[in-house]
Design a protein around this ligand. Structure first.
Ligand SMILES: [Zn+2]
Length: 348
C-alpha cells in the first residue's frame, strides 16, 4: 500500500478524499476493500490530515503531547482490535532511526488541491491524459506492459503515477492563474484499454489536447533520453502542423526539466509515429479517426511522450527509486503541464 499507492496509513476510500486521492481496490490482510491511492507523498500528507479532521477523530488536537498519547487516542478509533496502539508504539524506535538516516531537505508541500471550477475562472477547456498500458491483458493497440525499471517497477504503474502528478500540476497551475481546466485520465486504475478506446476519450471529452505517457526500455542499460511522437503525415494526419507544434512544446519542456535534474539527460527530439518508414501504420492511439478528429471542425492535438529509459540505472534512481524521485517527477510533470497550458491558451 505504501510502495505502490503512497498510502502509508492504510486509509480506506472515503468520498471526501477525492481532493487528495483516487479510489482503488486493494486486497489487505482483512480482505478486498476500497482504499486511497495518492499520486505523491505530499498528497498523502495533505490527505492524512484531512482524513484525521473527520468526525470520528475529533479531539485529536488535545493528544499531541507525545507519540504515545496521540497513538493511544487515535488507535482505538482506527481499529477496535486489542493491543493495536501498543503494537504501533513498539515500532517507534525503528521509525526514529529511519528518520535520522533519511536525507534532509524534503521538497516543500504543494499548494492545496484545486477547488471545483467557479464561473469566475477563465475556462481553458479539456485535456485528456493517457497513461500507457495497464492491467494484464494485451489488447489491440495496447499491451498490458512493456518496460520494467531497474528497480523492478512496471512501466504501466509509472505512466499512471506520472499522469496523476501531471493532472494535479495542470489544475494547480491553472488555478494559480485564475483559470479552470478539465483534466481526464483515460484510466485511473491498473486496467488496460485498447488504443482506440483511449483515443476515443479525446472525442468524448471534446479535448483540445490528448497526451500519451510512456516510458522506454532497452536491452542496453546505457540507453537514455526523452522523445515525443506525433502522427505521421503518411498516416493521414489531418492536423499535422498543430500536432507538431504541440509535440515540440512538450518535448522542449520535458527535456529542459530533465536536464535541470541531471546533466546526462538526452534530447531524442520529436518523431513521426512511423519513425520515417512510410509503410509503418503508426500508433493507434494517435490515429485521427480513433481520436474522432474526422468528426470535428476543431481537431484535437495529440502527442505521445516516451519520457525516459527506465532500464537505465541513473534514470531509475532519478525518477523511480531514489530519494528525490518524487520531487524529480513533479518537476518534470510541472514543466509538461506548463507547456500544455500554454497550448490550451492559444487554442480558442
Ligand atoms: Zn510503453
Amino acid at each position: 500500500m505504501a510502495k505502490d499507492h503512497y498510502n502509508f496509513g492504510g486509509l480506506k476510500w472515503r468520498k471526501e478524499m477525492a481532493l487528495f486521492a483516487t479510489k482503488i481496490s486493494f486486497e489487505a490482510h482483512d480482505g478486498i476493500d476500497f482504499y486511497c491511492k495518492f499520486a505523491t507523498i505530499e498528497n498523502f500528507i495533505a490527505g492524512y490530515w484531512a482524513f484525521l479532521n473527520r468526525a470520528p477523530y475529533s479531539g485529536w488536537e488535545a493528544h499531541v503531547g507525545t507519540p504515545a498519547d496521540f497513538i493511544g487516542f487515535i488507535g482505538p478509533i482506527y481499529t477496535p482490535s486489542k493491543g493495536y496502539a501498543e503494537k504501533v508504539l513498539a515500532l517507534l524506535p525503528e521509525a526514529e532511526a529511519l528518520l535520522k538516516a533519511a536525507p534532509q531537505g524534503q521538497p516543500a508541500p504543494p499548494a492545496p488541491p484545486a477547488p471545483p471550477a467557479s464561473p469566475a475562472l477563465k475556462a481553458l477547456g479539456s485535456i485528456v491524459i493517457d497513461p500507457g498500458h495497464g492491467g494484464t491483458a494485451n489488447l489491440p493497440g495496447s499491451n498490458a506492459n512493456n518496460a520494467i525499471s531497474v528497480s523492478g517497477v512496471k512501466e504501466k504503474k509509472l505512466t499512471l503515477d506520472f499522469a496523476f502528478i501531471l493532472r494535479d500540476e495542470l489544475r494547480r497551475q491553472a488555478t494559480a492563474k485564475g483559470e479552470s481546466i478539465d483534466v481526464t485520465l483515460t484510466r485511473e486504475t491498473d486496467v488496460n484499454l485498447t488504443g482506440a478506446d483511449r483515443a476515443g476519450q479525446a472525442f468524448d471529452q471534446k479535448a483540445k489536447l490528448f497526451l500519451v505517457i510512456h516510458f522506454n526500455g532497452a536491452a542496453n542499460p546505457s540507453a537514455r533520453g526523452c522523445e515525443t511522437f506525433f502522427r505521421a503525415k503518411e498516416n493521414n494526419n489531418i492536423n499535422l502542423a498543430a500536432d507538431m507544434e504541440f509535440a515540440t512544446a512538450v518535448q522542449k519542456a520535458l527535456f529542459t526539466a530533465l536536464k535541470s535534474i541531471d546533466s546526462g539527460a538526452k534530447d531524442r527530439g520529436i518523431k513521426p509515429d512511423n519513425q520515417g518508414n512510410p509503410s509503418l501504420p503508426g500508433f493507434g492511439v494517435l490515429n485521427d479517426k480513433n481520436l474522432g478528429n474526422h468528426k470535428r471542425s476543431d481537431p484535437c492535438r495529440a502527442a505521445y511522450i516516451e519520457a525516459e529509459f527506465i532500464t537505465n540505472p541513473t534514470v531509475d534512481k532519478l525518477l523511480v527509486s531514489g530519494p528525490a524521485a518524487v520531487a524529480n517527477r513533479t518537476k518534470a510533470m510541472a514543466a509538461v503541464a506548463g507547456a500544455c497550458l500554454d497550448q490550451m491558451r492559444k487554442i480558442p
